[in-house]
Design a protein around this ligand. Structure first.
Ligand code: HEM
Length: 289
C-alpha cells in the first residue's frame, strides 16, 4: 500500500510545492546553481528515488510553509469563485408555496446536523492549528487542538449512521456522467430537468469524500494525536491528513455555498424535511417518490 501511496503523494507534493514556491522563488525547480533552490530540488530527488528516511528536513518545511499556504489558498480562493458565480449566474429559485415532497426524515436531519456541527468545529479548529504560527500561538490554539479531537470523535460517530442511511441513494448511476458534463446545470438558471436521483453526482462526491475521507482523517489523526508510530509513518500520516483535509475543507465550502446560497431556500429542507415539488422535478428529475 505504502509503495503506491508514497509516489502519488510525492507527485502531488511536488506539483503543489512548485506552484506555491513559484510565487516567492521563480528559480525554484529550474535553478542549476548552488543555493536553496538546488538544495530543495535535490531533496525532491531523494524522495523520488525512495529515500523516505532522509527527507525529514523537507517534511518540516512542508509542514511549516506549504500546508498553511494551501489551507489559506482554499479558504480565500473558494469564496472568490462562489462570489463570481453568485454575481454572474445567481441562485436557482423554486416555488416554495406550491406542492412539497417529504425528503429528509427526522433521523436523517438529526444525524446530518450532528455531523454538520462537529465537522464545522473540526474545520475551524483544524484551521486554528495549521495557522497557529501565523496567528501567534497561545491558549486559543492549544484549546483548539483539544476541541479538534473532541469534535473528531463526535464526527466519526455520526459518520457511521450517515454512511448507512444514505448509502443506497449515493451509489453511482449512469446519468451521473451526464450531470457532470453539464456541471449540474449550475452554469445557468434555466429550469430544465437535470439528470439526478435523490442525490446528484456532486452531492454523491461530497458524501463519499466526507464519510470515507472522514474515516481516513480520523485514522491518520489518531496517530498524529498520540505520536505512537515510527517517525516515517507519522510523516506519511501528516501528509495524508493535510492534503485530504484541504480537499475536505474545499468541498465543505462548496456544500455550504450550495446549501445556503446557490439554491434559494435549500436550508429549509434540512430543517423541516420538505422540498418544493418543482425543485425535485427539475433538479432531481430521476427521483421516484
Ligand atoms: C453547517 C454546515 C452545513 C449546512 C448549512 C448544511 C446544509 C445542508 C442542506 C441544506 C442539505 C440539503 C441539500 C439539498 O438536498 O437541498 C444538506 C445535505 C447534506 N449534507 Fe449538509 N450541511 C452542512 C454540513 C454538512 C457536513 C459537515 C456534512 C458531512 C460531513 C454534510 C453532509 C451532507 C450530505 C451528505 C447531504 C446530502 C447530500 C447533499 O445535499 O449534499 N453537511 N446539507
Amino acid at each position: 500500500m505504502k509503495r503506491i501511496l508514497i509516489p502519488v503523494f510525492i507527485a502531488a507534493i511536488g506539483m503543489v510545492t512548485a506552484i506555491v514556491c513559484a510565487g516567492t522563488d521563480p528559480l525554484f525547480m529550474t535553478s542549476t546553481g548552488i543555493g536553496p533552490s538546488t538544495a530543495a530540488y535535490q531533496q525532491f530527488n531523494e524522495i523520488i528515488t525512495g529515500d523516505w528516511q532522509q527527507y525529514g528536513q523537507l517534511f518540516t518545511s512542508l509542514q511549516a510553509y506549504l500546508f498553511s499556504r494551501l489551507f489559506l489558498l482554499v479558504v480565500t480562493f473558494m469564496p472568490v469563485i462562489f462570489f463570481f458565480h453568485y454575481i454572474a449566474i445567481g441562485p436557482k429559485k423554486f416555488d416554495h408555496r406550491g406542492k412539497r415532497i417529504y425528503y429528509f426524515s427526522i433521523f436523517n436531519r438529526i444525524i446530518h446536523w450532528l455531523a454538520a456541527f462537529s465537522f464545522s468545529l473540526l474545520v475551524i479548529t483544524g484551521l486554528l492549528v495549521i495557522l497557529g504560527k501565523i496567528l501567534g500561538g497561545g491558549a486559543i490554539i492549544r484549546n483548539g487542538r483539544s476541541l479538534h479531537i473532541l469534535s473528531a470523535i463526535v464526527f466519526t460517530i455520526s459518520a457511521v449512521p450517515m454512511l448507512l442511511m444514505w448509502l443506497k441513494n449515493m451509489l453511482p448511476a449512469l446519468y451521473d456522467i451526464r450531470w457532470l458534463f453539464i456541471m449540474g446545470g449550475y452554469l445557468n438558471t434555466k429550469k430544465k430537468p437535470i439528470p439526478a436521483g435523490k442525490f446528484n453526482a456532486g452531492q454523491k462526491m461530497w458524501f463519499w469524500l466526507a464519510t470515507m475521507g472522514g474515516f481516513v482523517m480520523a485514522y491518520t489523526g489518531y496517530f498524529l494525536w498520540g505520536l505512537q508510530a515510527p517517525v516515517d509513518d507519522l510523516r506519511l500520516m501528516a501528509i495524508i491528513h493535510n492534503f485530504l483535509g484541504a480537499a475536505l475543507v474545499a468541498l465543505f465550502l462548496v456544500h455550504l455555498y450550495m446549501s445556503l446560497f446557490a439554491i434559494t431556500g435549500s436550508l429549509g429542507s434540512m430543517i423541516n424535511g420538505y422540498k418544493p415539488k418543482e425543485e425535485v422535478d427539475i433538479l432531481h428529475s430521476r427521483y421516484k417518490t
